[in-house]
Design a protein around this ligand. Structure first.
Ligand SMILES: *Cc1c(COP(=O)(O)O)cnc(C)c1O
Length: 397
């Protein structure tokens, strides 16, 4: 069979499962209210599915910072970092990120996907063990696959199971516990205090991927370690500039000087891929400056999340998660979740349905995400639309 025919056959299977993902172009910047197409017409909608937690994605301060850097440094580096792709901006961003997170040092990658893809292999060998949460992000799973370490997996946030895996891995040279700080399909937060306790008891290191926390959780937005008071007990912290910290791109690994320097020497996505464009670095730097001082935005974000949770729970919806602006609305059936999302867009509410294999079978959901940029009116409009659609599809009485 020709390769292209084979691809077409796989696409048919995807369609038969009802899991084809169709991209919806936005005609506006990323914001709490966006313009998209619906039935051939431009349509305004309240956006409840971006990772734009602090509303910085189209913020003029970031745009200005990027413009200045664009004029001063040009569009890009045409080089990897170690050949001639490092500008002072790259180093400033690394130092600034490390200081913000309270870590010794930091190395910037093109994305957090690359950071997670490159972090394990230089540090761990077949004599070592990675003990990974079952709900960790795909990039962690891939990074683990690329490294020869032995693999143990524990049930999501299950500390008894983590302890038994740590016991089983006792004979390994190094043990590294790896977890997402926030489990993004559920809107739940990793039990870092217990993880750190176990790590100390069983002499393991701890790595946290804080993509859905940096900028928004913790008193300064430094993420789950700050929120849960385990600063200084996390060995490796990875994250992204592509969510709360501006929403452009770039990711990082923060850790000790030795860990970061080893990654500079050996991490393959760093060594063999172009440097992050200077304008993006400048925008990320501006985002950190704003995020560090964003107490008001973080309060607004929490207030919005509470308002939505309260309104939806009162209306009878089943919500997942807690203490995070990711608020999944449980639907159950995959096809139904898709129909509910479409019906909401008809009413000017943009949401995305998630179903198997991203979440367990029968647990399809609409994952909503609040932003500090949403107004109370927008939140209330969203709740009203959910109630209307929820009645039609009998999600609520
Ligand atoms: C979004 C995300 C990533 C990927 O980050 P990018 O910078 O977009 O590549 C990695 N891990 C987690 C937990 C994420 O949520």
């Amino acid at each position: 069979m020709k390769l292209t025919d084979y691809a077409a056959q796989l696409l048919q299977e995807i369609d038969a499962m009802g899991t084809r993902k169709n991209e919806r172009p936005l005609l506006s910047p990323q914001a709490s209210q966006i313009v998209t197409h619906s039935g051939g017409q431009a349509k305004q909608a309240i956006n409840l599915c971006a990772n734009n937690y602090l509303g910085l994605a189209a913020d003029q301060r970031l745009v200005e910072a990027a413009k200045v850097a664009l004029e001063r440094y040009g569009v890009g580096m045409a080089s990897v970092r170690f050949i001639c792709g490092t500008q002072d901006l790259h180093q400033t961003l690394e130092q600034r990120t490390a200081a913000y997170l309270g870590m010794e040092d930091c190395i910037v990658f093109s994305s957090c996907f690359d950071a997670n893809g490159g972090v394990f292999e230089p540090l761990l060998t077949a004599d070592d063990a990675i003990i990974s949460d079952s709900l960790n992000h795909a990039s962690i799973i891939d990074g683990v696959r690329l490294c020869k370490a032995q693999r143990w997996r524990y049930h999501n946030n299950d500390m008894a199971d983590l302890e038994s895996q740590l016991k089983a891995a006792q004979s390994c040279r190094q043990r590294l516990i790896v977890t997402d700080g926030v489990f993004s399909m559920d809107g739940t937060i990793a039990n870092l205090p217990a993880i750190c306790e176990l790590a100390e008891q069983y002499q393991a290191a701890v790595m946290v991927d804080d993509c859905h926390a940096t900028g928004l959780l913790g008193s300064r937005g430094a993420g789950t370690p700050e929120m849960l008071s385990v600063e200084g007990r996390i060995d490796i912290l990875t994250g992204t500039y592509g969510k709360a910290l501006g929403g452009a791109s770039g990711g990082y690994v923060a850790g000790s000087k030795a860990v970061v320097e080893l990654l500079r020497q050996r991490a393959r996505p760093y060594l063999f891929s172009n440097a992050v464009p200077p304008a993006i670095c400048a925008a990320a730097l501006a985002a950190i400056d704003i995020a560090e001082q964003a107490d008001t935005a973080r309060q607004q974000l929490q207030a919005n999340a509470q308002r939505f949770r309260h309104g939806m729970t009162s209306a009878g919806f089943t919500l997942l998660g807690a203490s995070h602006p990711i608020i999944p609305v449980l639907v159950g059936d995959a096809a139904l979740a898709g129909e509910v999302a479409d019906a909401l867009l008809q009413r000017g509410i943009y949401v995305t349905a998630f179903s198997y294999p991203v979440v367990p079978k029968g647990m399809a959901r609409i994952r909503t995400q609040m932003s500090a940029a949403h107004t109370e009116e927008q939140i209330d409009q969203a709740i009203a639309a959910f109630i209307e659609v929820g009645r039609i599809y009998q999600l609520i009485a």
